[in-house]
Design a protein around this ligand. Structure first.
Ligand code: NAI
Length: 331
């Protein structure tokens, strides 16, 4: 039998945590043959709720779930973990300045970076979900220098999946027949959902999305804003932010990273920029990537027209500003 994989979920008593932990325990993230031990971390005010989640995990009798650690102790939570899904964070509350939220999260991600660096298993892979996701991931990377930078990523797969969903609705095709959309940049409203290279499987072969939609105005207008603003639309409808779709996308992100992307398919991941596509190096930026043997590689050589170039630069500028703001919170 396979050795269990230890998966940390921070903020596990929250909304996304509640949707995510049963998916992990059912094998949605790592496959139906991979046993798991869940490590769940939250803060003391949520300790009782966290224990309730643990009780429900026991009650669900998941065959793959070989153990549950539910704790408010960061060291205990991080010890020996192979995967860390960072969902915990400080939410923006009404009347709060961006800088105040940034400051709270920078200090959380700085201290959790040190705990992971000291106590996680070698080669631990990290996915940051909590907002500001790209910048939290960057801070985590800066304060965990011994974790290889290729192991630290942030979630833009939800935006990627939203883009697939919108194209599938518009063309009335199966979402599984749409592929190779791209989310560039920040997980924020400056992200650039790009369908220039996306395709749909049809009876007469793969067709480019721009050819099938044949309405450049929609692709450059409504489509982009729907994807950028989808989070806000969910909050408006549900009075709570996206949770099941965020949890499902986090599973997709890790599954593809660990088990590989299908041949000819790429996905979007927030990763440490090496300067590809003239995106400033040293930002956590969402790129199209393929994955193999547990490693991601940025898809190279895609043509970027002038329209797209501006959008790639705009979201990079926002990330550069966020980085400066994060650093100003540290000093
Ligand atoms: P939530 O507020 O329901 O849950 C967050 C949990 O984190 C709470 O249980 C809280 O007690 C815990 N927490 C706070 N500080 C912590 C710390 N220092 N250590 C451990 N746990 C801590 O929020 P929800 O809806 O689950 O969202 C979580 C985060 O994910 C938010 O930052 C949200 O903005 C972000 N998000 C990101 C998405 C993405 O696509 N990247 C999509 C949707 C949400």
């Amino acid at each position: 039998a396979k050795e269990p994989v230890r998966v940390l979920v921070t903020g596990a008593a929250g909304q996304i945590g509640y949707a995510l932990v049963p998916m992990i325990a059912r094998g949605v993230m790592l496959g139906p043959n991979q046993p798991v031990i869940l490590h769940m971390l939250d803060i003391p005010p949520a300790a009782e709720a966290l224990n309730g989640v643990k009780m429900e995990l026991v009650d669900a009798a998941f065959p793959l779930l070989k153990g549950v650690v539910a704790t408010t102790d960061v060291v205990e939570a991080c010890t020996g973990v192979n995967l860390a899904i960072m969902v915990g964070g400080f939410p923006r509350k009404e009347g709060m300045e961006r800088k105040d939220v940034m400051s709270k999260n920078v200090s959380i991600y700085k201290s959790q970076a040190s705990a992971l660096e000291k106590h996680a298993a070698a080669n631990c892979k990290v996915l940051v979900v909590a907002n500001p996701a790209n910048t939290n991931a960057l801070i985590l990377k800066e304060f965990a220098p011994s974790i290889p930078e290729r192991n630290i990523t942030c979630l833009t797969r939800l935006d990627h999946n939203r883009a697939l969903g919108q194209i599938s609705e518009r063309l009335n095709v199966q979402v599984s027949d749409v592929k190779n959309v791209i989310i560039w940049g920040n997980h924020s409203s400056t992200q650039y959902p790009d369908v220039s290279h996306a395709t749909v499987k049809t009876h007469s072969g793969e067709k480019p999305v721009p050819e099938l939609v044949a309405d450049d105005g929609w692709l450059k207008g409504e489509f982009i804003t729907i994807v950028q603003q989808r989070g806000a639309a969910i909050i408006k409808a549900r009075k709570l932010s996206s949770a099941l779709s965020a949890a499902s996308s986090a599973c997709d992100h890790i599954r593809d990273w660990v088990l590989g992307t299908p041949e000819g398919t790429w996905v979007s991941m927030g990763v440490y920029s090496d300067g590809s596509y003239n995106v400033p190096a040293g930002l956590i930026y969402s790129f199209p990537v393929t994955c193999r043997n547990g490693e991601w590689t940025i898809v190279q050589g895609l043509s970027i027209d002038e329209y797209s170039r501006k959008k790639l630069d705009l979201t990079a500028e926002e990330l550069t500003e966020e980085k400066a703001l994060a650093y100003s919170c540290l000093s």
